[in-house]
Design a protein around this ligand. Sequence first.
Ligand SMILES: Nc1ncnc2c1ncn2[C@@H]1O[C@H](COP(=O)(O)OP(=O)(O)OP(=O)(O)O)[C@@H](O)[C@H]1O
Length: 407
Amino acid sequence: MKKHIAIYVSNKDDKKSLIKNILSGNLIESLNGLNGALFSEITINKFIEEEKRHGRFDIATKNKHSLMKSSEGERKKALLKHLIASKPEYLVADNVFGNLDVQSQEEIALTLEELSKSIPVIQISNRKKDVLPFISKVYRFEGKQIIPFENFDNPTPKLKHYFIQDLPKPLEQVSVESPSLVKFQNVSVSYLEKPIIKNICWEIKTGEFWHLIGPNGSGKSTILSLISGDNPKAFNQDIYLFGIKKGSGESVWDIKKKIGYFTSEMLQGFKRSDTIERMIISGFYDSVGLYKYPNEGQILKAHEWLKLLNMFDIKNQNFQTLSQGHKRLVLIVRAMVKHPPLLILDEPTNGLDDLDTIIFSELINKISKESHTAILYVSHRHEIGLAPDYIYELIPNDKGSIGRVLK
Ligand SMILES: Nc1ncnc2c1ncn2[C@@H]1O[C@H](COP(=O)(O)OP(=O)(O)OP(=O)(O)O)[C@@H](O)[C@H]1O
C-alpha cells in the first residue's frame, strides 16, 4: 500500500515554499528522485498564462473550451485529467475541493482515491473537513519541516467576538436612485449557441444579504459579469442596476463606484507593495493602490476600520507581509470603506483556513447587520456561522440554468 499523507497548513504558512520543497524531493525522502505533478490553482494559472502569452492551449475542458473561457470547476477537472495522463510518479494535491460543487467534489475525491492505488498522494489542505478519506496520516508544516499533527480531530477552537468595535459609519453616503439595486427580468445568455442562463428574474434590494449558489458552470460568474463587468451580453436585456436600465447612459465606471468587490483571485499574483493603511484608503478611489492624496476625513475613516481589524498599530506595515487571512480582511474592508450600496464577494473563502473562515464570517455578518450595504456572496461553501437572509440557486438545464429563491 502507498503512503498517502495530508499536510494541514494555516494561512500563515508559506504554502508556496512547502510545495516547492516537496516537488524538489527535499522534504519527503521517499519522493526523492521521483517525478511529481502538482494539482493546484497555481498550475491552472500557469497554463492560463501560456494561453494568454503564447497562444498555447495544452488543456481543453469537457466543453472543448480554453481554460480562460471555462468556469473554475471545469478548469480543475480538466487539469486533473491532464496531469493523470502525464503519468506522474506521485501527486501533490493542493486545495482539492476549492471552487468545486458537491458533485464535482465527489468525482474528484473518487478519481484521487483511484489514483492513490498506483501512486502516492500528498494532500495539502487548510480545512480539516477536506482531508481525503484514504489519507493515512496528517502532518503540520513547522519551520521547514513537517511534523505529525497530534489531536488532529479536535475541533477548531471557538472564537468569541473578534471584532469588538462598531462598524465605522460612512464618510458620505453613496447615493442610489432606488432601493432596488439589481433587477433581472427574464435575462437569458448563450455563448456560441450554448444556453447558459434562461429567463432569470431576480431582485436584490438595499441591505439584503444574498448567497448565490449553483453547480460548476451553471452561470454564477456570468451573472456577476452582467452586474459588475462589461459583459456585452448585458445589452438589450432587462437588467436594472441601482434603478437605471443597464446600457442607458451610465458608464461601467459609474456602476463600479456603487459596488465593492472582492474575490480570492485578487490575491493570486498580487505583487503590489503598499502599506496596509494605503490599501484601505485606495478603496475610496475604486483603485487597487493609491494614486491620489487622500483627505483627512478619508485617513481618519481608514483608521477607524484599521482599529476594527486590530491592525491600527501595524498600519504602516507592508500589505504583502500579512497572512492570507489578514490580506483578505484588508481587501474586504478596502471594498467596504466607502459603504457601497452593493458588496460582491466572489468565492471569498477559497483557500482560507478554518480559523480565518470563522473571522471572515463574523466580519461579513457584522457588515450585513450594521450597514445598509447589500451583500452578494457567491460560493459553493455554506460556511458555518455565515448568515445570509436569502439564497438564490441556479439549476442547470439544457435550455440554460433557471433560478429560484431558496429561502
Ligand atoms: N466567454 C465565454 N465564451 C464561451 N463560453 C463561456 C464564456 N464564459 C463562460 N462560458 C461558459 O459558460 C458557462 C458558465 O460559466 P460560469 O463561469 O458563469 O459558471 P459558474 O457557475 O461561475 O461556474 P464555477 O462554479 O465553476 O466557477 C460555462 O460552461 C463556461 O464554459
